[in-house]
Ligand binder design. Structure first.
Ligand code: ADP
Ligand code: MG
Length: 431
């Protein structure tokens, strides 16, 4: 997928009301924002718009609320099913409690704390609307002057958001004259605020999305070679598509982490109690064959660190083998593998990495991920980290500032690497 999309710099924003979809889905603990990275990431686009005389209306989702601004407060299908399974005399009270909880989301999943933090970071007031497309948002958006900033409430307070309801998208659009998408993390979703609004307004991207698509697009379409892809992590099913598409582009493909054990098993090796997707064995063999046919240097672990149980303090040891004994599970790549992988990364022109090499959250099983992170950092290659857990691992292990680009979207970056169309980007105007 090649995108050549207009950005805020390619459209005249001065004197205009601009609706910006941000990713303000920040983590909270006890009502306090624990990581402001996503808010900080949105600043360049907001500051540009303010500096160029736009009236800036921001929107975002936060968590998974129960659509609290619906005309009728509805419970999710899962919740209804749970209540249906209760004895009849308990259902009424359970329904009332569930509805009460849904209402509680209004405060818990409100974007109000984001407005406060954003105001602090921007060094100017940020108005907060108490609804999304209701009277308060409309009045505040209507009165908003050039250079001013307004944040409307959590778009997922309306069920219509995730359904990409055209009427809701039109309501959102009615408050502005230009739409800017800067939420890469939700760009793989066709929701009202991420894609639907583009049907009603001239639509361009912000700087965050522009950076994501230019760096990852260049890596995929015109990479500095050798091009090395490193894949690991837990969920093969999510990543088979990515491997399949990267095999067509890379010179070297490295597989580590939990994913490696599906390949081990496909090759007839024992895998003990390692995570392994039994229904993906044929696919794994096909991928190995495809890599061979294309002359891709395909690397699997040659030694492993194995544990008794999936537990941080489990008994563990290194085995000089690519077979995992019964009663043990592979939890990290071994030292020989680390050297082998590091050698293949040395001198790379481009590295795309998704998925840790082991259970890197636990120190005993972090050495593989650390060694690979170090090799990537020292390679001098254009390095791109995709995937939420991979980004967290690289950060936790202290290599974040050594990477060229850490994608801000987990699922979105995977779909991008897989070559799928991202609706939140496809809907924007071409240059
Ligand atoms: P990302 O979010 O970067 O796409 P994934 O979600 O696919 O990555 O995988 C990350 C998770 O995989 C981590 O929680 C890590 O502990 C787990 N993991 C890595 N290797 C193993 C393994 N050998 N066995 C079990 N889990 C693993
Ligand atoms: Mg993950």
């Amino acid at each position: 997928m090649t995108y050549n999309k207009k950005s805020v710099e390619d459209i005249d924003v001065s004197g205009k009301k601009v609706l910006v979809r941000c990713d303000f889905n920040v983590p909270f603990k006890d009502g306090v924002i624990t990581d402001t990275k996503r808010i900080v990431g949105a600043l360049p686009t907001i500051e540009y718009l303010v500096g160029h005389g736009a009236a800036v209306i921001l929107c975002s989702h936060m968590g998974r609320p129960h659509n609290v601004f619906n005309a009728e407060l509805k419970l999710s299908k899962k919740e209804i099913k749970k209540i249906d399974e209760l004895p009849e005399n308990e259902r009424e009270a359970a329904t009332a409690a569930a509805l009460e909880k849904a209402k509680g989301d209004i405060t818990k999943l409100s974007l109000k704390p984001v407005a406060e933090k954003l105001s602090e970071l921007l060094g100017k007031p940020v108005q907060m609307a108490s609804d999304v497309v209701g009277p308060d948002a409309k009045a505040k958006a209507g009165a908003l002057k050039c250079g001013e900033v307004l944040l409307i409430e959590n778009v997922r307070f309306h069920a219509e958001e995730e359904k990409n309801d055209p009427a809701f998208a039109k309501e959102l659009a009615s408050m502005a004259e230009i739409y800017v998408n800067d939420a890469f993390g939700t760009a793989h979703r066709a929701h009202a605020s991420t894609a639907g609004v583009a049907d009603y307004l001239p639509a361009v991207c912000g700087f965050l999305i522009e950076k994501e698509i230019s760096i990852m697009g260049k890596a995929l379409n015109d990479p500095e070679r050798p091009f090395v892809a490193i894949l690991g992590g837990a969920k093969d099913s999510d990543k088979i598509g990515v491997i399949n598409s990267l095999i067509e582009k890379v010179d070297t493909l490295i597989i580590g982490g939990g994913m490696a054990y599906t390949f081990f098993r496909a090759l007839g090796n024992s895998t003990g109690t390692s995570i392994c997707e039994e229904d993906k064995l044929d696919l794994a063999l096909e991928l190995i064959k495809k890599a061979k046919d294309r002359g891709v240097n395909f690397l699997l672990p040659v030694d492993n660190i194995i544990g008794r149980e999936y537990k941080e303090d489990t008994t563990f040891m290194r085995i000089y083998s690519d077979s995992i004994p019964d009663g043990w599970m592979g939890l990290d790549i071994g030292e020989k593998t680390q050297e082998l992988f590091a050698k293949s990364i040395e001198g790379a022109g481009t590295v795309v990495w998704n998925g840790p090499m082991g259970v890197s959250e636990w120190e005993n099983f972090a050495s593989g991920t650390r060694a690979v992170a170090r090799a990537v950092a020292e390679s001098g290659a254009v390095s791109i980290i995709g995937g939420g857990d991979s980004a967290a691992a690289v950060e936790q292990l202290g290599f974040a500032d050594k990477m060229t680009h850490i994608s801000t979207g987990g699922g979105a970056s995977l779909e991008f690497l897989e070559g799928l169309e991202l609706p939140g980007i496809a809907c924007l105007q071409d240059k």
